[in-house]
Design a protein around this ligand. Structure first.
Ligand code: BGP
Length: 463
């Protein structure tokens, strides 16, 4: 039996925009809007308007989460639902009622509610009016929204996270065109990365001004840490891996934990003349407002090699002028999603946090396997036999367990996701949940993996 630490979090993660549905929201976020103007960009033309109907069915859904023994669940508060006037952070009464109701329901069921404040869901009007995360005014507005959340729900929510995967906002909106407004602009991407770090620190500053830390609450951020494995021991491949790590991981992780950007990154961006605009005062805010706790989303490793084309070629600045992705021959894949499966990376992450990041308290805030057409695996009892998911989770937990045994302070594991939910451009193409969702009837059924996690959680470990 592989036992996990006492009070280990056995849970799952979702987000407001992917589960609630758009019902009764006064404002649109970037995905609501993008679907309005370009529905063809979304798989099967399915948008976020119904999602998994959590806005209406939260009580039944939380009951199902309880039925499979989840003891903690992360979701997020939608800025576009809670706030009526972004400038003053005046609240929407139905938004307040709704988030109070779900938080109370989680607590009533003995499930720890874990709340994120931003899960890619920028109010679209803040993009159209100010340029979204390019703007420091939007950073201020986010801090106000965060403060409102702490005031309203901080008596019951003890585990707060400012952002989910800020790097994905940079990549999606400013480099690789998978979030609205689909720009390709390296210079803006750099400023946005800086502003997102600043927004997180300012939210943490607002949190610490209230008496929540004295009442046992803690705050952190959720980062997608995708370790870079160089294609070979060649110096050029190792250098490519180092720069990929600086940009993809350390640009957020170092600021979150140490309050500073890595010197090598600042040097590189300065040399390339794309460095962000910053002030002494802001840098002091970053330094003073680091995280208590870290969430790590891990799905796949990144394998990199030296770029085919010299970084000195004539081209607009992009971070990947310094590295190319490398498709390792013989790699194990989740072909549906196109992601490599490499569970050992979770051990590498655990040891990296132990040795290089103050051995800070952390948890796996997302991990999982998106599989399409899961009806293929329906058995005679109408249950999805997702043995592949059970194997996937088991292997990741085994490597995580090894990291914990060797002293890494990991206190939980959350699968993406409790109940199949809506996924950005992919809509409902790939399913990740312990519980399936028929999107036409909204009937939700526990999968084999859901019955399995129930036992793992009960035993606090793997047999
Ligand atoms: C993470 C996001 C989640 C979720 C997950 C699955 O990056 O934090 O919101 O969507 O990925 O990926 P996808 O939706 O692309 O299948």
């Amino acid at each position: 039996m592989r036992k996990f630490p006492e009070n280990f979090w056995w849970g799952a993660a979702t987000s407001g925009p992917q589960s609630e549905g758009r019902f009764n929201k006064k404002h649109a976020n970037v995905f609501d809007y993008w679907y309005e103007v370009e529905p063809e960009e979304f798989y099967d033309h399915v948008g976020p308007d119904t999602a998994s109907n959590f806005y209406h069915s939260y009580a039944e859904d939380i009951q199902l989460m309880k039925d499979i023994n989840l003891n903690s669940v992360r979701t997020s508060i939608q800025w576009t639902r809670l706030i009526d006037d972004f400038e003053t952070a005046t609240v929407n009464p139905d938004g307040v009622r709704y988030y109070n109701a779900i938080i109370d329901e989680f607590i009533k069921q003995g499930i720890t509610p874990v709340m994120a404040l931003h899960h890619f869901d920028l109010p679209v009007e803040l993009y159209h009016k100010y340029g979204g995360w390019e703007s420091k005014h939007v950073v201020e507005l986010f801090a106000k929204f965060a403060e409102r959340c702490f005031e309203l729900f901080g008596d019951r929510v003890k585990d707060w996270f400012t952002f989910n995967e800020p790097m994905v906002i940079v990549d999606g909106q400013y480099l690789y065109q998978f979030h609205y407004p689909k720009l390709i602009d390296g210079k803006k991407a750099v400023q946005v990365a800086y502003n997102l770090n600043l927004a997180s620190a300012k939210a943490i500053q607002a949190f610490r001004k209230l008496d929540l830390p004295q009442k046992g609450a803690r705050i952190g951020t959720v980062l997608n840490l995708t370790p870079s494995y160089p294609a070979s021991d060649h110096e050029a491949d190792i250098e490519a891996g180092r720069i990929a790590d600086l940009w993809r991981n350390e640009m957020f992780l170092n600021v979150a934990v140490f309050g500073e950007f890595p010197a090598a990154l600042v040097e590189l961006l300065t040399k390339d003349k794309v460095i962000w605009e910053s002030t002494e005062e802001e840098l002091a805010i970053l330094k003073a407002n680091t995280i208590d706790v870290l969430g790590v989303n891990f799905y796949h490793p990144s394998r990199v090699k030296a770029p085919d084309i010299s970084p000195n070629s004539t081209a607009n600045w992009m971070p990947d002028r310094y590295y190319d992705s490398y498709d390792m021959p013989g790699r194990r894949m989740n072909v549906d999603k196109g992601w490599e499966i490499y569970p050992e990376a979770l051990y590498d992450i655990a040891i990296n946090i132990r040795d290089n990041y103050k051995n800070i308290d952390w948890f796996v805030s997302e991990n999982g396997m998106g599989v399409s057409q899961e009806e293929r695996f329906l058995n005679e009892e109408g249950v999805i036999d997702d043995d592949y998911r059970i194997d996937f989770i088991t292997e990741h937990l085994e490597w995580l367990h090894k990291g914990i045994e060797e002293g890494s302070n990991c206190f939980g594991y959350h699968l993406w996701t409790p109940i199949d939910c809506w996924s950005w451009k992919n809509a409902y193409r790939n399913r990740y949940g312990f519980i399936s969702n028929n999107i036409h009837t909204q009937i939700k059924t526990i999968k084999k993996s859901g019955h399995w996690i129930k036992e793992v959680s009960k035993n606090n470990g793997l047999k």
